[in-house]
Ligand binder design. Structure first.
Ligand SMILES: C[S@@+](CC[C@H](N)C(=O)[O-])C[C@H]1O[C@@H](n2cnc3c(N)ncnc32)[C@H](O)[C@@H]1O
Length: 288
C-alpha cells in the first residue's frame, strides 16, 4: 500500500466518527508514525508503507475513532507556539486559553518583583507560556499548582524541557491551600463544565474528568477559589479566570462578593464568546 492510499484509508476510517477533522487527523497520525514533516509526506506519497508502520498507524486510527485526542496519541500539543508534552492525565490545552496567556503577558510587561500563580496548571500550559515570554533575568516568580500528581509530573517535565526551573515552582495541592505568601496575579483555568456537558460529548469524555467537571452548575472550583483568594491576593492584585461564557454573570457576582470594589473586565475568546473574567482588586481592600 502507498502512503497516499494509507492516507485515504485513514481519512475514510475516521470519517465514521470524527468527521470534522478526519483528513487532518489521519495525516498527523501518519506523519507521527513515519517521523516526517508535511512537505516530506507529500513528496513521498507514492512510496510504499512498511507493514510495521501500517500496523502502528491502524492502531492509532482505531484509538482516534474511539475519540481519543490526537494530542494524546502523539504525546504533544502546540500551545502559544510551544510544544507541550500531554498525556491522558492532563487536559489538552485549548486555543481559547491563549487569550488569557496573552493578556497576562501584557499585564506583566511593566511590572517587576511580582508573584504569579497558575491554579489548575495541567500540562503547565499557562504558567510555562507566561514564563517563556518573560525577559532573561526577570525578577518575578511563577507558581503552578495542580491537585493531580500526574498533571504535576507532566508539567514538571515540560518546565525542565523549557529550562524554566529557576522561574517556575510546581506544587501539588488543592487550589490556593498551600500558599501563605501574597500573590499579585492569579491565573486559573479550572474545571468549569457541568457533568451533562461532558457525558454528551465523547471527545470530552476521553479527557480526565478531574480537569473538566466543575460540579452541578460547573462553578464549584471557581467559587472555592474566589472564596479563599482574598487571603492571599495582594492589595491591588489581579485574577484572570477562564469560564464557560454562560457563567459570566455568576462569576462576576462571586468575584464582586470576594473582592468588593474591584474592577471587572470580560475578554472574548477567538469565537467572540465571553471566556475570561479579569478581576482588578481595589488598592486598599481593608483600609476602605
Ligand atoms: C481545565 S484543566 C486546565 C489545565 C491547564 N491550565 C490548561 O489550561 O490547559 C483544569 C486543571 O485543574 C486541576 N484541578 C482540579 N481540581 C483542582 C483543585 N481542587 N485544585 C487544583 N487543581 C485542580 C485539574 O487536575 C486540571 O489539571
Amino acid at each position: 500500500m502507498t502512503l497516499s492510499a494509507a492516507l485515504r484509508a485513514g481519512r475514510d476510517r475516521l470519517a465514521e466518527t470524527v468527521a470534522d477533522s478526519a483528513g487532518l487527523d489521519a495525516e498527523v497520525l501518519l506523519r507521527h508514525v513515519l517521523g516526517i514533516d508535511r512537505t516530506t509526506l507529500f513528496m513521498r506519497l507514492q512510496d510504499p508503507i512498511s507493514p510495521d508502520a501500517l500496523a502502528t498507524y491502524d492502531h492509532l486510527l482505531e484509538a482516534r475513532a474511539r475519540y481519543i485526542s490526537v494530542a494524546y496519541l502523539i504525546g504533544s500539543k502546540e500551545f502559544m507556539g510551544l510544544s507541550f508534552e500531554v498525556g491522558p492525565g492532563v487536559l489538552v490545552p485549548r486555543p481559547e486559553t491563549e487569550v488569557l496567556v496573552e493578556w497576562a503577558i501584557a499585564w506583566l510587561r511593566d511590572r517587576t518583583g511580582v508573584t504569579v500563580v497558575d491554579v489548575g496548571a495541567g500540562s503547565g500550559a499557562i504558567a510555562l507560556s507566561v514564563a517563556t515570554a518573560m525577559p532573561p533575568g526577570w525578577p518575578g516568580r511563577i507558581i503552578a499548582i495542580d491537585i493531580s500528581a500526574e498533571a504535576i509530573a507532566i508539567a514538571t517535565r515540560n518546565r525542565d524541557r523549557f529550562a524554566l526551573q529557576s522561574m517556575v515552582t510546581m506544587i501539588q495541592g488543592s487550589l490556593l491551600s498551600q500558599l501563605r505568601e501574597p500573590v499579585d496575579l492569579v491565573l486559573a483555568n479550572l474545571p468549569y463544565l457541568r457533568p451533562g456537558q461532558i457525558d454528551r460529548n465523547p471527545q470530552l469524555a476521553a479527557e480526565p474528568r478531574l480537569a473538566l467537571d466543575g460540579g452541578e452548575e460547573g462553578l464549584d472550583l471557581i467559587r472555592a477559589l474566589l472564596s479563599d483568594a482574598p487571603r492571599v491576593v495582594s492589595d491591588g492584585g489581579v485574577l484572570g479566570l477562564e469560564l464557560d461564557p454562560r457563567q459570566r454573570a455568576a462569576v462576576i457576582d462571586l468575584a464582586t462578593q470576594a473582592f468588593p470594589g474591584s474592577g471587572i473586565t470580560v475578554l472574548p475568546d477567538l469565537a467572540g464568546l465571553d471566556r475570561h473574567v479579569i478581576v482588578q482588586t481595589a488598592q486598599d481592600r481593608d483600609g476602605g
